[in-house]
Write a protein that binds this ligand. Structure first.
Ligand code: ADE
Length: 224
């Protein structure tokens, strides 16, 4: 899978992708992530990428030309499954959306800034708009990092325990059950006996019950 991220703050993202699971996924050749500095696609002397909004009002708007230059160059080199714009008025991001996107070959993610992008960018280039929650970030970079992380860890081979992504919260619309590790007793606080019993079928049954109980209490809407 290849992810091309377009941003006017590339440094914000570079360190994120240089660490952790994402770096290992890249080292294993399972994903390629390229961060593109939008300023390099500006034809202005000052490498400007934003301008005042027509009609007035506070806040700058990202210009169409540098975005067109960058997206068109990428599209000339390969096909993309989706060109995604990170924006608070997009579709809510969820595990379901992450699962779907993890099956993509190539995607572009455009990070918004200021008052957002010229509407013509959305009309002409964008195939999907994603929000990571009902709050406004100062830019789309953190949102792009969240979406990339959630997608990349689902690519087969990225996690060392192949099954572990399948037992994540939300993977089957249920929250994950509680987990414990050694010691089996700490300051008198005990691990549930069933987990020490070695009965795999009983343990799976217990985990499912706990998942259901937790989901009913914390996120009843998921079960509806
Ligand atoms: N850019 C600013 N806020 C955002 C959000 N909540 N989700 C995605 N992109 C954003």
């Amino acid at each position: 899978m290849r992810i091309d991220i377009i941003t006017c703050l590339p440094k914000l993202l570079e360190s994120f992708f240089a660490h952790s699971i994402l770096k290992r996924a890249a080292d294993k050749g399972l994903v390629e992530v390229y961060v593109h500095d939008l300023r390099e696609f500006s034809t202005h002397k000052q490498r400007q990428t934003d301008d005042y909004a027509f009609g007035g009002g506070a806040g700058m708007v990202m210009m169409i030309e540098p975005i067109d230059n960058c997206i068109s160059k990428l599209k000339a080199e390969r096909d993309y499954n989706n060109i995604i714009y990170m924006t608070p008025d997009g579709e809510n991001f969820s595990q379901r959306v992450a699962n779907k996107l993890s099956l993509s070959g190539n995607i572009i993610i455009l990070c918004g800034h200021y008052k957002g992008v010229d509407e013509r960018v959305r009309e002409q280039f964008i195939t999907m708009e994603i929000s990571i929650g009902d709050y406004v970030l100062s830019g789309g970079e953190l949102a792009a990092a969240v979406v990339s992380d959630a997608i990349i860890r689902l690519i087969p081979g990225v996690l060392s325990d192949e099954t572990s992504a399948l037992t994540d919260s939300f993977q089957d619309d249920l929250l994950a059950p509680p987990v414990y590790t050694r010691p089996a007793e700490y300051k008198g606080w005990k691990v549930p006996d069933i987990l020490l019993s070695g009965h795999e079928a009983e343990i799976n049954k217990w985990r499912m019950e706990q998942s259901l109980k937790r989901t009913k209490i914390r996120r009843p809407g998921l079960i509806d």
